[in-house]
Design a protein. Structure first.
Length: 496
């Protein structure tokens, strides 16, 4: 009997949270088709899920493809697939620039990947398949999540806005909304699987409901999440300031498991630049939303996105951005230098700002946002916070601390008392903040600090996943494996 070798895969993700969500679906599709996850750099199939928002996205993809060219020459059976927004935009250009790529697929047909890989292998030629409309809502596809305790839940795809710097509406299409009960059913299934934190995902989550005519649908969805037993934390990203309504603020404040955290892109503090960007709000409206959020949730943390150096931005425009940032006092500001994207209206605008000027303004703004982040975090010292353990801190092995996110999404590195039970990823720890840096907090043990651990269903799910990952083929009397598995009886500890 001929033995068929199982093919391995890896998915490399560039870009936004929507791409992370789609990559989980790509992994799930491949595993449903019989592939198994391989070691990075050693897999039989490499899938790139690409971004097209910033200029270096192209360079990053083609740089990686160039590295794989040598591997492809050494191993002609290696398959390379390119999907995501850049694939939707460039299409045949990818094969022209990198003819060793086997499959190109777009944002609307990720479910086609296994078939395209098989077709490319059978026909011995590249397969390029881009469709213009969504075939299957990504959330209905099988998924392989990286986290046992947290999950992305897509509520919509696409965007109806026309921001001049953004190519996403062209590549993702008009907004398509899932029905509320379908979303809630997915969340309930995730909780049954051990997930205790979900993030509702959309290009503009607070326009959710536009497709089926309910402007209040997003606030209703948040409140409905509060009725799901076992769901500890609900987050969402990203809302658009123009569509941000008070019913959403009320739902956030009044729903016990909706977290006191808001990420809302500002992009610029200059009303002139906002108009040029075709952002349908102005700085005072934005600051008004911030004021109402803080009135309803005084301890909420706020974060934003800002573009520096948009075409036509003057020094006065830049200083307006600094003013709004100072007033808003964001806990985190994701700051980007404007980069021209072919296919966007902004790429053809006059008065492109010189690179040296953009860099100088970027560095000035970075100094402001870092100072504000530190001041906002220093205000947390002495407070007791609940941390969802994730062990994402890079220094954990050196400091013997574990890490996780507070309810307001601040990153916390915390010390575990000697002799205490080690928290598992997904467990909840209550601790007292003792130190602060701009982008993390520390909760070390002191005479006055608090510490407690609550085991959760998410921690239990992590235990199950670890036990499954330790499973080995059970040997028969002759020392061969018939395919059954038995779990090794090991003492399980979190991976730091």
């Amino acid at each position: 009997m001929t033995q068929t070798m199982t093919r391995t895969y890896e998915v490399r993700t560039f870009g936004c949270q929507m791409n992370v969500h789609d990559s989980e679906r790509l992994s799930g599709l491949l595993e449903s088709a019989g592939y198994v996850e391989g070691e990075p750099g050693e897999s039989d199939v490499v899938v790139f899920n690409t971004c097209a928002v910033r200029e270096n996205a192209d360079n990053k993809l083609y740089g990686n493809l160039g590295i794989l060219f040598e591997k492809k020459q050494e191993n002609p059976d290696l398959q390379i697939a390119v999907g995501g927004c850049l694939a939707q935009k460039d299409r045949d250009i990818i094969i022209a620039k990198a003819p060793w790529v086997d499959v190109v697929f777009g944002t609307h047909n990720i479910s086609s990947l296994p078939v395209l890989l098989e077709r490319a292998r059978h026909n011995q030629e590249a397969q390029v398949e881009i469709v213009e409309a969504l075939e299957t809502f990504p959330s209905s596809l099988p998924a392989k999540r990286d986290s046992t305790f947290s999950a992305w839940v897509s509520i919509s795809v696409g965007c109806n806005n026309t921001c001049t710097f953004c190519i996403v509406p062209t590549l993702r299409g008009k907004e398509r909304d899932r029905r509320p009960e379908e979303i809630l059913d997915e969340i309930r299934a995730l909780v049954a699987d051990g997930v205790i934190e979900i993030t509702l995902l959309g290009q503009n989550v607070n326009t959710y409901g536009v497709e089926f005519g309910d402007k209040g649908a997003f606030a209703k969805l948040l409140r409905a999440c509060g009725d799901i037993a076992g769901l500890e934390r609900v987050r969402f990203t990203s809302p658009h300031p123009a569509a941000f309504t008070d019913d959403v603020i009320e739902a956030m404040a009044e729903t016990h498991n909706v977290m006191p955290q808001l990420h809302m892109p500002l992009q610029s503090g200059s009303d002139k630049v906002l108009k040029d960007m075709r952002r349908s709000y102005r700085s005072e409206k934005y600051l008004g939303i911030i004021d109402r959020v803080r009135a309803a949730m005084p301890h909420a943390s706020l974060s934003t996105d800002i573009i520096v150096g948009f075409p036509g931005e003057t020094e006065e425009d830049f200083l307006e951005t600094v003013r709004v940032v100072e007033e808003a006092r964001f806990a985190v500001t994701y700051t980007f230098q404007y980069s021209k994207r072919p296919g966007t209206p902004a790429a053809d605008l006059p008065d492109q700002v010189p690179k040296a000027v953009v860099q100088e303004r970027y560095e000035r703004l970075l100094a402001v946002v870092n100072r504000l982040a530190l001041e906002e975090n220093q205000a947390q010292i002495g407070k007791t916070v609940e941390v969802l353990v994730a062990n994402e801190g890079r220094k954990d092995d050196r400091t013997n601390r574990l890490s996780g996110r507070a309810r307001d999404f601040r990153l916390v590195h915390f010390e575990v008392p000697a002799g205490s039970e080690t928290p598992r990823p997904g467990d909840l720890v209550t601790c007292t903040i003792t130190e602060a840096a701009p982008y993390h907090l520390i909760a070390d043990l002191t005479q006055d600090s608090q510490y407690s651990l609550r085991r959760t269903i998410a921690g239990d799910a992590w235990d199950r996943a670890e036990a499954a990952s330790c499973a080995v083929p059970e040997l028969d009397a002759h020392g061969s494996s018939p395919g059954a598995k038995v779990a090794l009886n090991l003492s399980l500890k979190p991976k730091h």
